[in-house]
Design a protein around this ligand. Sequence first.
Ligand SMILES: [Zn+2]
Length: 170
Amino acid sequence: MPQPPTRFLVIDGFEFAAAGASVHGTWPAEVFPRLRGMLYDSQGSVEYDLRGSRDVHGRHGLDMRIRAALRLACRRCLEPVSVTVEEDVQLWLARSQAEIDAMPLTAEGPDGIVASKEMAVRDLVEDELLLALPYAPRHEDCPADGARSPGARQSPFSGLRGMLRGRHRH
Ligand SMILES: [Zn+2]
């Protein structure tokens, strides 16, 4: 039987972790439905590596490594801005949300997620990817800012002056 495309890859959380299994691959950015709406264009890819593990407390977990290069729209000028993501995340697997809620919150240490027998790898990767992306992507040296800052070629008053001149023409 042919294997389904890896984007539909599903793991059994606890079994995957207990076996120390791993999956990895590279997907075009556009296969992620929630990410797609944030992309400037369909360029870009996401490399992921997911490994089952056990932490020092004996809890089952997932170690995820994400490397992505994407083009998002700059919040200021709406032109493309290149964004790279290098994210290494540890998650521990809980049997229920109540189990996660019962854990004391710590600044560091892995986040808990509710495990199931059918966890879509694409969704797991996308969840972490979205958390890692800049909230408001923008160019470090955005042309939209340059036009407004003092010392730019245009005087800050040139727009106003033009407006006044236009008024006199009537
Ligand atoms: Zn910009």
